[in-house]
Design a protein. Structure first.
Length: 378
């Protein structure tokens, strides 16, 4: 895949690498083995893309045991997370300035100026992971990450910078703790003019989360892209994503203009002995969108709620066109559309009710149609 990317997209400006590098054989993992994987993959990436800055974010699988990320106050040598963060600081230094060292060693998050007026903030979402049981001891803003995030955004606002946020676990995912997610949502709302896009991974599916004004949930104000995984785990084809971003000029919005998703057919690759990568779709063209503003994604959800064909297309891409994807029944459809509407976790009641009731009512309509069309033989 890396070779294919190198040959097909020689004009890449930078790479966002959203974590989960070790395989998911979590019963087999050790600290030593995970560090080895991190070092090897970092080397692989820097060898393949020598000219491109790479911005990494930390996944939940990088620690051993999996999901185990003690906050900084756990500082006894046996349990402290410094075995991982100190090495990340060394490895990530290939692409990041030494100024990020303090926050990387404290919490594996950082903020860098990519271009004048354009900043990238990488969060460590393991401090919102509900399977990180260290947080049961104390979940109050672990590693003071969100407080630091606000300071970074405020100074970005003062300096007229636009910000892209990257991380691993999407903030609206049910794996993300409710309180962290709620605070994050409010912060994104406050800095909606500064944060022009967010990028996450973790779910392995190709999806997104629309954010709304936290005081007026009818007004979309941000979008988080959840990129397709390289891993086929499970029932998926492998994939990667290319984003087109408003580029270097005085009035640049740093908005995502369009994106395209690439995949390969795993079944064919196994038959031939080599993969054939192809562009699966381009967002604006495939979904008939004017632009990729939050309102356009909001309208796409709306349209998918009403147009079964459009939802089917989205669902095909969601699985990277895997031929073994399961059939998506009404419960599945409701869940997926509701996920797209949820930038805030564990709040389906406020964020999803309207979508669910619309799907329910449309189901009833088609059932009635079916009834009248099929049964009425008179
Ligand atoms: Zn993950």
């Amino acid at each position: 895949m890396l070779q294919h990317i190198q040959e097909t997209h020689p004009d890449i400006d930078y790479i966002m690498w959203t974590g989960d590098l070790p395989p998911h054989d979590i019963w087999n993992q050790t600290r030593e083995e995970n560090l080895k994987i991190i070092k090897e993959t970092v080397k692989q990436m820097s060898d393949m893309f020598p000219g491109a800055p790479i911005f990494p974010a930390l996944g939940n699988h990088e620690s051993a045991p999996v999901n185990s990320f003690p906050p900084p106050y756990i500082d006894n040598p046996e349990n402290a997370i410094s075995w991982l963060y100190d090495e990340l600081d060394v490895q990530w230094r290939k692409w990041l300035p030494s100024s990020v060292s303090t926050t990387v060693r404290r919490g594996a998050f950082y903020s860098v100026l990519v271009r004048p007026g354009f900043r990238l903030i990488a969060l460590n979402t393991n401090y919102c992971n509900n399977k990180n049981w260290w947080l049961l001891l104390n979940s109050t803003d672990p590693a003071t990450e969100l407080q630091w995030f606000i300071y970074e955004l405020q100074s970005a606002e003062f300096n007229n910078e636009k910000v892209h946020v990257i991380g691993h676990i999407p903030p609206g995912h049910s794996d993300c703790l409710k309180v962290w997610s709620r605070n994050y949502y409010a912060i994104v709302s406050r800095y909606e003019a500064t944060i022009t896009a967010q990028f996450f991974g973790h779910t392995h599916f190709d999806e997104f989360e629309v954010f709304y004004d936290h005081k007026d949930l009818s007004r979309p104000n941000n979008v988080a892209y959840v990129g397709p995984s390289v891993s086929p785990y499970y029932d998926l084809n492998p994939g990667y994503r290319i984003y087109y971003v408003d580029g270097d000029h005085d009035k640049s919005t740093r908005a995502v203009i369009d994106h395209e998703s690439w995949t390969m057919n795993l079944r064919e690759a196994n038959l031939y002995g080599y993969p054939i990568w192809f562009k699966l779709y381009t967002a604006r063209q495939a979904f008939g969108m004017d632009a990729l503003r939050p309102i356009d994604w909001d309208q796409l959800i709306e349209r998918m709620t009403n147009e079964p064909k459009l939802f089917e297309l989205f669902y095909k891409f969601y699985y990277k066109a895997s031929p073994v994807r399961p059939v998506c029944d009404m419960t599945c459809k409701k869940k997926i559309l509701c996920d797209l509407h949820s930038g805030r976790s564990h709040d389906r009641k406020n964020l999803c009710q309207s979508i669910e009731s619309r799907i329910d009512s449309s189901t009833n309509t088609s059932w009635k149609e079916w009834f009248y069309n099929t049964i009425s033989v008179s």
